[in-house]
Ligand binder design. Structure first.
Ligand code: COA
Length: 155
């Protein structure tokens, strides 16, 4: 059987993995400046947020999720936001997305938050992991999106 080494680590602790994270953005989102900027901010900001949590499989970034102050939506009442979430195409359906969602929630708890939010137009994915739909809003480009909330573990 193949030996698999899985680790979850923060980008701030592993800045050498920045380019691999950018590469996943290009593969999963067809490039999106906003996400590239969020990644760069993760390493340059003096604030607690944004953060990025990486799932490293056999030394390679297989997936990552962000935790940031706001999404580019037309309201700023929902904070912090879990996202974006991306898993390399060859690594999907192994539960890695779920694992990272759980990790981001847990880390948000350690940072003192009692809830996290996320926005998405995917139907039926986040609900499986305890996220509840609470609102509909729009991105700045006027595309509609749902807003979800989830409680985080107490620390
Ligand atoms: C969505 C995504 C993060 C899921 O990651 P993953 O690691 O494959 O997810 P998990 O293994 O935790 O969960 C897999 C399950 O979710 C389901 N699922 C995957 N994508 C889904 C979607 N878009 N909508 C609803 N269900 C979805 C799968 O069918 C699978 O179901 P099963 O367990 O019944 O077989 C991944 O497909 C991805 O990176 N997509 C491209 C980027 C993206 O769209 N990110 C989300 C932006 S909001």
């Amino acid at each position: 059987m193949e030996n698999v080494n899985l680790q979850i680590a923060s980008l701030r602790d592993n800045p050498h993995l920045l380019n691999e994270c950018h590469s996943l953005v290009r593969d999963c989102f067809n490039d999106l400046d906003l996400i590239h900027n969020q990644l760069d901010d993760t390493l340059t900001s003096n604030e607690t947020l944004p953060q990025a949590y990486l799932l490293i499989k056999n030394g390679i970034v297989a997936a990552w999720v962000g935790l940031c102050v706001n999404d580019p939506i037309q309201t700023d009442v929902y904070t912090p936001i879990v996202g974006p979430l991306m898993v390399a195409e060859s690594e999907r359906n192994f539960g890695y997305g779920a694992l990272l969602l759980y990790h981001a929630r847990n880390e948000a708890g350690k940072l003192g938050f009692d809830k996290v939010y996320l926005t998405s137009s995917h139907i039926g994915y986040y609900e499986r992991f305890g996220f509840r739909e609470i609102d509909m809003t729009k991105y700045f480009n006027d595309n509609p999106t749902k807003v979800y909330v989830a409680d985080v573990p107490k620390h």
